[in-house]
Every structure is written in C-alpha cells, then in structure tokens.
Design a protein around this ligand. Structure first.
Ligand code: 13P
Ligand code: 13P
Ligand code: MG
Ligand code: MG
Length: 367
C-alpha cells in the first residue's frame, strides 16, 4: 500500500476587524481551489479551517512530503484567499504572503508547513494542533510532556510499545541545523536546548524502537524570512496517537497547563496558551490571550474522517480559568518585561525605530 502523507499548510492572509477571525469568504476561496486539486488527483482529501486569523489547509495525499504540486495547490489557495481579502479591504490582507512567484515549495515564502508521511496503521487516529497569537516553539513544552514526561503520559511507564521512549529532532532556527536526541537517556540534553524555544524548536518526534514517525511541527520563522515584523508565526503540529503512541487524552493532558508563550499583542508579549474550542479561537482581550485548538481525525486510505473539536469540553474549563488569571497577572505588568518580550525578540518589530530616535539624546556619564 502506498504511504499516506498529511500536509498542513497555514497562512494568515487577512481577517475581519484587526487580527481577529478569517471570514467564510476566504475559507470558501481556499475550498474551491483544493476541491479542484482533489478532482484533478493531486490530493485525495482535505479540510479547510481556521484558528483565529490563520487559515489551515489540512490535506491528505499519496505524493510524499515537500511535493511541489501539493505546495503549489496550497499556494494557489492562499493567493485566491488573499485576492478576496484585498477586494474586501480586510485587515492585513496578504499578511504572510511574502513572495510572489512560486518556485517549487511554499517553504520560505510565508506559509507554515507541517507534513508527515507514514504507512497507515489498521486504525490511524491523528490530532491537528493549531495556535493563534503564539509563535514557533510553543509546542516544545507540550511535546516534551506528551512524548517524554511520565507525569503526563502514563503509557511511557505502562505500555511496552512506548517504554523505550522517543527520539526528538530539534531545529536550531537561527543556524538552520538540527540535532536528534533520545529520551529518556538524553532528556537533560534535550531540555538544555528546548527550554529556549525562541531558538531551539522540536520539529519531529519518532518512536525510538522502530523509527515510526509520530509528530511534526511547523518551524518557519517569518521574522527571519522577512527581516521585519509581519505577524507572529502562529504554528501548527500533527501528532499520531494510540496503539503504541500517546493516547488522545495523554496528548490533550499536556494542555491542561496553560504555559506562557511569546505572541499576544503585536507579537510582543508573553501570555498563557489557552486551550479552546474552534468557535472560541477568537482573540479579543489585548488581541489574546493566545489560543490553541485541537482537531481529531481518523485517516482511512488517505481520506479524512472528522474532525472532532477536542478542547470543546468542560474538562478544560479549569485550564481556561487559570489562563484567564495568568492573563490578568501578566497584563498588570503593562509595558514592562517579562510581559513584554526581551529586546532580542522584539528586534523585528517597530520598537527599534523608536529606540533609534532616542540614540542621539544619550550623553556620556560625567560630561
Ligand atoms: P497596525 O499598526 O497596522 O494597526 O498594526 C498593529 C498590529 O496589530 C501589529 O500587528
Ligand atoms: P497575528 O500574528 O495572529 O497576525 O497577530 C498579530 C498581532 O499583531 C496581534 O496583535
Ligand atoms: Mg494577523
Ligand atoms: Mg494569527
């Protein structure tokens, strides 16, 4: 049986009333293009959705990762949606479309990409994670907890198929290099890196005993491509679950703690990542707080069955209440760190222009 590939390609091409939500018209524009791609046989199935102001194209196909036809299809979809956004004078129309001419891949052109090729198991459940007002690196802590922390994932202790642990591929997004580390034995080395999610980002996870691909994240850093602030790199991730992999509830458990992520207002503030249902992925207060949505699918012969909206559950009310408390506490710092991001993370925003204006007014001490 040919392998199946799930490609999640996402892009912010504009939204209503600021960086709030994608209107239906843009989702429809993407659906039209992907339906054409399905009818022509490029992809087998697709689901178009959004997390706040980011459009996510979830596509299943047989063409493998980094396939130029699949990427081109996604690019066409985003271009059609961006055109519509411009006609509608939407806010931030074309925000993440950084280049004009397609050249074989959407990587480096603005959209975020997470793709995983695998042999379908007899039953193939997956979880798609999507964040808004957040940034690449936001998945480091939850992925560590899901695949390496027995206090989150009981299967690491109980299930013989998981007991050997997992291998993490960590990208250095500044240097463009990666390293692979095995857990549990290299856990402290792994944490030494991924505790700095601004630079070191978990890109992939494999099961150690047989190399089974388990998870993938998007690692594009828009500011490094564009050299200026163009919105945060709201990331996506794909996780295969169950039967020798973390259970659905072990994946979701990692989000019961709303950890602090960079993003929120003007992409310049730390805030708690609040797990919400898709309909609540609408950032309001101070353009936030940051949100995460989890959609569950079954993959069958490269078709997608679902989704189910996984944080649409009162069991996550407590995490949301904590996130609101943390949001209040962080907001009370106003323009002060550590609510505001440290300078190295603000270097691609508009703040350096203001600091530049103050430079000539600095005088040497004692003169
Ligand atoms: P504007 O200056 O375009 O209002 O943008 C502020 C903002 O939301 C940063 O993305
Ligand atoms: P997005 O990265 O979601 O476009 O938000 C940008 C922003 O500036 C919010 O204040
Ligand atoms: Mg936006
Ligand atoms: Mg966004």
């Amino acid at each position: 049986m040919a392998k199946t590939t799930i490609s999640i390609i996402k892009c912010d091409v504009g939204s209503i009333a600021g960086h709030h939500v994608v209107p239906q018209e843009l989702l429809d524009a993407c659906r039209d293009v992907l339906a054409r791609g399905r009818d022509e046989g490029t992809i087998v199935d697709f689901y178009v959705t959004n997390c706040g102001d980011d459009i996510e194209l979830i596509m299943s196909h047989r063409r493998g990762e980094e396939d130029s036809k699949v990427h081109e299809l996604a690019w066409e979809a985003f271009k059609a949606a961006a055109e519509r956004a411009k006609e509608m004078h939407l806010y931030g129309a074309g925000q993440d479309i950084l280049k004009t001419a397609f050249a074989g891949t959407v990587k480096g052109m603005g959209p975020g990409v997470a793709e995983l090729e695998f042999e379908e198991r007899p039953s193939e459940p997956i979880v798609v994670l999507m964040a808004d007002k957040s940034s690449v690196g936001a998945w480091n802590m939850p992925l560590f907890r899901i695949f390496a922390d027995p206090f989150c994932t009981a299967g690491l202790v109980i299930d013989p198929a998981m007991h050997d642990g997992f291998r993490f591929r960590v990208m250095d997004v500044i240097e463009g290099t990666y390293v692979e580390l095995n857990c549990p034995e290299e856990m402290y080395d792994l944490l030494a890196l991924i505790g700095d999610p601004h630079r070191y980002v978990i890109e992939r996870v494999f099961r150690k005993r047989d190399g089974l691909p388990c998870a993938v994240t998007s690692t594009t850093v828009l500011s490094l491509i564009a050299g200026k602030y163009v919105g945060k790199d709201d990331p996506v991730a794909l996780i295969r679950i169950q039967h020798g992999l973390p259970a659905l509830g072990e994946v979701l458990e990692a989000f019961s703690f709303p950890h602090l992520v960079p993003g929120w207002m003007r992409g310049s503030h730390y805030g708690p990542l609040m797990p919400v249902s898709q309909r609540d992925a609408k950032c309001t207060r101070f353009d936030g707080p940051p949100r995460v949505v989890a959609l569950g699918f079954q993959v069958r012969d490269a078709t997608l069955i679902g989704p189910v909206d996984l944080f649409d559950d009162p069991a996550f009310d407590y995490a949301r209440a904590i996130a609101n408390q943390i949001a209040n506490y962080m907001r009370a710092h106003g323009p002060f760190e550590p609510h505001r991001l440290p300078p190295d993370q603000l270097e691609y925003t508009t703040l350096p222009q203001l600091l530049e204006r103050l430079k000539p007014r600095f005088k040497k001490l004692g003169k």
